[in-house]
Design a protein around this ligand. Sequence first.
Ligand code: C6P
Length: 420
Amino acid sequence: MVLTQEKSIAAKIRSEFPILHQEVHGKPLIYFDNAATSQKPLAVLDSWRHYYEKDNANVHRGIHSLSGRATDAYEAARDKLAEFVNAASRKEIVFTRNATEAINLVAYSWGLNNLKSGDEIILSVMEHHSNIVPWQIISQKTGAVIKYVELTETEEFNLEQYKSLLWEKTKLVSVVHVSNTLGCINPVEEIVKLGHENGAKVLIDACQSLPHTKINVQGIGCDWLVGSGHKMCGPTGIGFLYGKEAILTAMEPFLGGGEMIADVFLEKSTYSELPHKFEAGTPAIGEAIALGAAVDYLTKIGMENIHTYEEELTAYLFKQLGEIPNLRIYGPKPSLEGKGRAALAAFNVEGIHASDLSTLLDHEGVAIRSGHHCTQPLHRILGAAGSARASLYFYNTREEIDAFIVALKDTIDFFGTVME
Ligand code: C6P
C-alpha cells in the first residue's frame, strides 16, 4: 500500500492504531512525540496478547509443547529482524532491553577488553546520552580518550573535521545515524569507510533511522548497529544489537547467568554459541515476538513508502513552521520535497520556555516533547537549555500538522498577550 494523504488510506492506517482515537482535554489527540516512542498497531498488540494467552513458557529450556512454541516464535522474531536489517546471519542479532543496553553491551564487552590508555574513541557532539555516558565510563576505566565531531554551520555532522580526528590511535567510532534533536541524516557509509581505513571499529546508533527508512547493515558496513523496538511500532523492553559475527564471536560475554552458558562447573564455565552468549537470563519473550510482528507490519507497508510519505510530511511541517515569526528550528533545512532530514523539528520560540509551550499544547490535545531530549551537550552548543520537539510518524497527517500549527500560534499569541 502506497501511503498518501488520501483520506481512505490515512484512515485505514490510523484505524490500526487504537490509541490514536481518543480525546485529550476534550480535543482529538495529535501524537507528535514519535521520536520518544511510537504507537503500536493492532497486529503488534494482538501478537503480544496471543503469546501470553496461548504460548507463554520459557524459551530454550523445556521440551513441552508450550516451551517449543514460545522458543520457535522467539527465534522467528530474530530471523525477521535479521532480514529486516539485512544481516548476513541470524547469529548477528542479539536481543537486548533497548538500544541503551546494546551500546553498554559493546562498551563493557568490547571496550573494556580492547581499549587502553591513549587509544581514542570518536563520538559526535549530537549523540544521545546513551552513546556518550557508557564511553565516558569506559574511558575512565581504560584511559582511552574521547574526541568529538563538531557541527557544521548548517548544524550537521562535520565530515571534514571527522577526517582530521582519525588516525592510528582511533580505535572506535560510535555515532548516530539520525539525530533525535537536529534531525540530520549522517553519512554513515562514508563515516564507516573512513573509520575502517584508519583501523577503527564503527558502531551506528540507528534508533531514529530504523523506524523510518530501510537499513542495510551490510551496505553500511558497520561493525555494530543498535536499535530500540519501541520506536518502530514494537513494545518497550526490547531492542537489539547487530554485530558482525566474527567480532561478536571474539567478544567476551556482557552479563553472566542462565541461557548464555554451555557448561557450568564450580570453578569455571563455558559459553553458548552466538547469539545466546549475550542473552543471559530469561529474555523479554513476548516483547521480542511482538517486535517480530512490528517488523512484519512495517515490511508490509514498505519502508520505502514510509520514507517517501514522511518526506511529504517533513516538507509540509517545515513550510508551516517557517511562517511563524521568532521560531528557530535546529538542524538542517529540508529541500522543498522534504528530503535531507528526518520528519522531526526541535525548536524554540523567542521568549517562551519550551516546557510552557508543551504544557499549553497538551491542553489542545497535542503531544510534543520538551526538554533536552537526552542531548544536553548538544543543547549547550546550540545555546539552549532545552527545546520543544514535534516528531512525526507514518500515521500522522497534514491535517494534524494544520491543527498543531493553529494550536502553536494560539499558544504563542497567549504568551504575547500575557507578557504585554
Ligand atoms: N531517544 C527521544 O525522545 P532507548 O531509551 O535505549 O530506547 O533509546 C535511547 C536512544 C539512543 N539514541 C537515540 C538517537 C535516541 O533518540 C534514543 C532515545 C528518545 O529522543 C528518548 S530520550
